[in-house]
Design a protein around this ligand. Structure first.
Ligand SMILES: [Zn+2]
Length: 497
């Protein structure tokens, strides 16, 4: 396994090379230049809306062209389905069907679906039934293989062709419950092979596609065919659908696309339902420390660890994968791997809007996003209850200040308060006095009161009558350091007697 998601490249249905008149060619080139300047909506890239979860090169043609399988639906579903658009390069209708499923703007649910537009890209490019070795890939399978020549040349041996081997290995790997193989132009739904094993599937397809049921027995017995091999050696049902020689595009991309998906038990859902699912369990602050935690998973990959980007408004704070184990989430949603995330960080006081962006991979319309408003109040707080000056002689006068202070980051700790006189620190003392009223009011424990007396002459030259400014400040503690809170100031003077 270990197949990483790739931005799926949209493959165009193989068509005959068109020769454009020169004037049209110039217009087409001009349009191409304009198109190059604009986002191309038909080509899903990372982050764009797509129903495809991943694409996988399952093998290569004789001329080294990739044979690509596009995964859609729900990988966790036990119902594996493969839709093969084309085996014969001159039968383009099934490629149109396959590409319309790949390009659809709705998610598939209920099945684990692989869509292979063509297993014969060389034949498609040359518009030949056979691959470039001239081998009919539907006669090259190791089931009742026989030497056939001409149009139905079966190759030198079973599985002699790289295209057949790629498909054979993929079928043995996926073991699909249903394999739908699209052909032209015999106009019908097969009643042999998968149609015989599962008559209801044949009936449902015939009814929903408006085609008759027919026994496609290759004029007597199908030798070395894919659905024959499927029926004989695999448990699932491999069924052939033959369209007419020129079915309309509207029919193939509408009725046929929906009819086949429904017949193989696929359901349609909104594409946004395939964005990451996420939940915020906690977004709050204690002091200036914010916790933002929750879980997220990718519905397209239940084992994947989703990347989470955390923003404070427009500012990216952090990017981290959801690496926290959440057994509860795994149990409820049937997940494996880790899906929890938890961000802890310091923040400045005030109201913040934190948004987590969950990065989408696989199918969906884009990233998911959840926001929470958090009020942060981590700066120190307190009150200057009293500040006074006693005495009339500068030599023996005393300044007294009292109040309380605490820091929400260390609510039970006694923090230091500083008394400044004219901006200069006169003394630093712990606010460690008992203040039951403060503890009750602020719902804290510990001691947070202060009362200090000091002589004014230690810090400044005091003279009778001229005031000096006495303040109490508290340095900040905790993540948002460096902010000193002021509890207040008083202008004090020694009064003349
Ligand atoms: Zn065919």
């Amino acid at each position: 396994m270990a197949v990483r998601h790739q931005a799926p490249r949209r493959r165009r249905a193989p068509r005959r090379a068109r020769v454009l008149p020169v004037g049209l060619l110039v217009l087409a080139l001009a349009a191409g230049v304009i198109a190059a300047l604009l986002p191309a909506p038909s080509r899903p890239t990372a982050g764009a809306a797509t129903a495809v979860i991943q694409s996988r090169v399952i093998g290569r043609s004789v001329l080294n062209r990739p044979i690509i399988a596009y995964r859609m639906g729900e990988p966790s579903s036990p119902v594996k389905v493969i839709i093969l658009g084309q085996m014969h390069g001159d039968e383009p209708a099934g490629v149109t069907v396959a590409n319309s499923i790949i390009a659809q703007r709705q998610a598939v649910t209920g099945i684990d679906l692989w869509v292979i537009p063509t297993m014969n890209p060389d034949g498609a490019a040359r518009h030949t039934r056979q691959n470039v070795h001239g081998v009919d890939l539907n006669r090259n399978w190791p089931d009742r293989w026989a030497r056939l020549t001409g149009e139905f040349y079966s190759g030198p041996a079973p599985l002699s062709e790289p295209e057949t081997r790629a498909m054979y290995a993929f079928l043995r790997l996926i073991k699909p419950r249903y394999l739908v193989s699209l052909h032209q132009p015999l106009d019908g739904v097969d009643t042999t092979d998968g149609g015989a094993r599962e008559p209801a599937l044949s009936r449902t397809l015939a009814r929903s596609l408006g085609l008759p049921q027919k026994a496609f027995n290759c004029n007597s017995e199908c030798l070395g065919s894919m659905t024959g091999w499927m029926t004989r050696y695999q448990k699932g049902s491999g069924i052939t659908i033959e369209f007419g020689s020129a079915p309309s595009n509207a029919y193939l991309t509408g009725q046929v696309r929906l009819g086949i998906l429904s017949a193989v038990r696929g359901r349609l859902a909104s594409l946004s339902s395939r964005n990451p699912h996420a939940h915020i369990d906690r977004a709050n602050a204690r002091g200036s420390t914010v916790r933002f935690a929750g879980w997220t998973y990718e519905p397209d990959n239940h084992a994947a660890t989703v990347a989470v980007k955390l923003y404070d408004g427009a500012r990216l704070i952090s990017t981290a994968p959801a690496r926290v184990k959440r057994a509860d989430v795994n149990r409820v949603y049937g997940l494996t791997g880790t899906h929890g995330f938890s961000f802890t960080f310091g923040a400045r006081d005030g109201a913040h809007v934190y948004c987590a962006v969950f990065v989408n991979t696989g199918a969906g319309t884009g990233n998911a996003k959840l926001c929470r408003r958090v009020n942060v109040a981590g700066n120190p707080t307190g009150h200057l209850d009293a500040a006074s000056l006693s005495g009339t002689d500068p030599a023996s006068a005393r300044i007294s200040v009292a109040g309380w202070a605490l820091d929400p980051d260390v609510p039970s700790t006694s923090i230091a308060v500083r008394v400044t006189v004219d901006g200069v620190v006169a003394v630093s003392v712990p606010a460690n006095g008992v203040r039951a009223d403060v503890n009750r009011l602020r719902k804290v424990t510990g001691n947070h009161g202060f009362a200090v007396t000091l002589p004014p002459s230690t810090t400044a030259a005091w003279t009778v009558g001229s005031p000096h400014r006495v303040c109490v400040v508290v340095p900040n503690v905790g993540p948002a350091t460096g902010i000193a809170g002021s509890l207040g100031c008083r202008d004090l003077a020694i009064s003349a007697t």
